[in-house]
Ligand binder design. Structure first.
Ligand SMILES: Nc1ncnc2c1ncn2[C@@H]1O[C@H](COP(=O)(O)OP(=O)(O)OP(=O)(O)O)[C@@H](O)[C@H]1O
Ligand SMILES: [Zn+2]
Length: 442
């Protein structure tokens, strides 16, 4: 028998997956028709079917949940925004605990660098929409609930449609940017929905519930957004997988408590998790601000606004390209690669990123401290030594933004040297995409 090649095998796997999906849909339809008859069981309290009693028995036994709580969960509708580090663990527990309708929204596709923490996605899902992969896993965890995957960017228009078409009991914020945080806060205030908010970076996490039974909203605490350059994303600062895991799981816990009217919901309090010492701290927040622009007694904001404009930052963590240099101060990666090894290259990423991977014969001068006197002296020395007759210095970073800022600083501080500084357009990510895919992207 001739040996099968990888392409044939992949095509067969795809066919089998498609067949499996069709069978699953058949099964769901069958279960839906049987549901009513399942509910009528002479031994069971009619609020829950026999299957539900068995499936959820361990949590129904918890006094705060009980049969009524479980029925509330089955009738609940939860919107999870973001199928990333927080949204994945949160939705796993919401699906498995029997939340009747779980809508999961994300615009993005799965990447290799997501897998260490985004536990709904696996290697086979790379390049698939996150919501598709989330749907498959959640559906296989619990076929008796309705999971609605929506691949879309949540903005002022789409959130209005989303909240207008369904009466959600809770919104879970599993996103990673300030603009979406304000957007979800305002949308939840306008629609009277509690917002379970979490965040995680490096070894630290935070959790609170906004807009719950007269408690504060996000704007009560943060009336104005932080300057965009002070916000660090996971892509820049990193995050250890279990940290968003812990916060996401706690988001599910708060959501379940809200739905089941359990006491102790984390409203008006902020939970701080410090993973380096494995410590939780709980701080009391200011109560609702009666003068809050959004939820105050006489709110100024009556409709959703343009959040990217309000925050001066994009409502996603993808590349925001700044353009602060003149055209002639840029060089594209094609030109840059021809000069590689023949010109001085300054890599202005943080030390850790340079240690992870760097171009041969490049020098690391992190942007943050490039204009410190001792670094300027080192640079002066390097340029004089290495660049005696080569007048160009190439400055590179991860995405081509910090390199532009660095060129500005270098021009200001080393104007006496007979060199020209160029920023490499698109940075190392572009270099990896267009010149050498062996350079690891992250
Ligand atoms: N406005 C939005 N609408 C829909 N999804 C959003 C929105 N903003 C953020 N998200 C999603 O929220 C998720 C946040 O996940 P996470 O913080 O783990 O980071 P990531 O974007 O997946 O990865 P990384 O930061 O490492 O590139 C992402 O999947 C992102 O696509
Ligand atoms: Zn408020």
């Amino acid at each position: 028998m001739p040996e099968k090649n990888a392409i044939v095998l992949l095509a067969e796997i795809r066919d089998l997956k498609q067949q499996l999906k069709e069978k699953e849909q058949e099964l769901s339809a069958l279960l839906a028709t049987q549901k009513d008859s399942v509910l009528e069981n002479k031994y069971c309290n009619n609020a829950l079917s026999a299957e539900e009693i068995t499936r959820y028995s361990r949590q129904v036994l918890v006094p705060e949940i009980g049969i009524d709580g479980q029925a509330l969960l089955r009738n609940a509708k939860v919107l999870v925004v973001g199928a990333g580090g927080l949204g994945c663990p949160a939705s796993v527990y919401l699906a498995s605990s029997g939340v009747g309708q779980l809508t999961i929204v994300d615009y993005d596709e799965v990447e290799l660098s997501n897998l260490h923490r985004q536990i709904l996605h696996s290697e086979d899902d790379i390049n698939r929409p996150k919501v598709e992969s989330a749907y498959d896993k959640l559906h296989s965890i619990n076929r008796s609930i309705k999971v609605i995957p929506l691949k879309l960017h949540v903005d002022s228009d789409s959130i209005k449609k989303l909240l207008g078409s369904n009466k959600y009991d809770v919104v879970v914020d599993g996103t990673d940017n300030v603009a979406t945080r304000y957007l979800l806060n305002d949308a939840c205030v306008l629609n009277g929905i509690p917002l379970v908010s979490g965040s995680a970076l490096q070894l630290e996490g935070q959790l609170t519930v906004y807009n719950y039974k007269g408690g504060p909203c996000y704007r009560c605490l943060f009336p104005v957004p932080p300057p965009p350059e002070t916000v660090t994303s996971c892509g820049d600062g990193g995050v250890l997988g279990p940290v968003p895991g812990i916060i996401g799981v706690l988001q599910a816990l708060e959501t379940i408590k809200i739905i089941t009217n359990s006491p102790g919901v984390l409203s008006g309090r902020l939970l701080l998790f410090d993973g380096s010492r494995t410590k939780f701290r709980d701080i009391k927040l200011r109560p609702r601000n009666t003068e809050c622009n959004m939820c105050g007694d006489d709110p100024v904001i009556k409709d959703l606004v343009d959040y990217e404009q309000f925050c001066g930052a994009a409502a996603h963590d993808k590349v925001i390209n700044i353009d602060i240099l003149e055209n002639k101060e840029h060089v594209n990666v094609e030109e840059f690669s021809k000069k590689l090894g023949k010109r001085l290259v300054l890599d202005v990423r943080p030390v850790i990123q340079f240690q992870m991977c760097g171009l041969p014969k490049s020098y690391n001068f992190p942007y943050d401290c490039i204009d410190k006197q001792e670094n300027l002296e080192k640079l002066r020395h390097l340029i004089k030594e290495e660049n005696s007759d080569l007048k160009d210095v190439y400055v590179i970073c991860r995405r081509g933004n910090d390199s532009q800022r660095a060129v500005r600083k270098l021009k200001e501080n080393l104007s006496d040297l007979p060199v020209k500084f160029f920023s490499v357009k698109g940075g190392l990510q572009e270099f990896s995409r267009k010149i050498d895919p062996d350079f690891p992207v992250f």
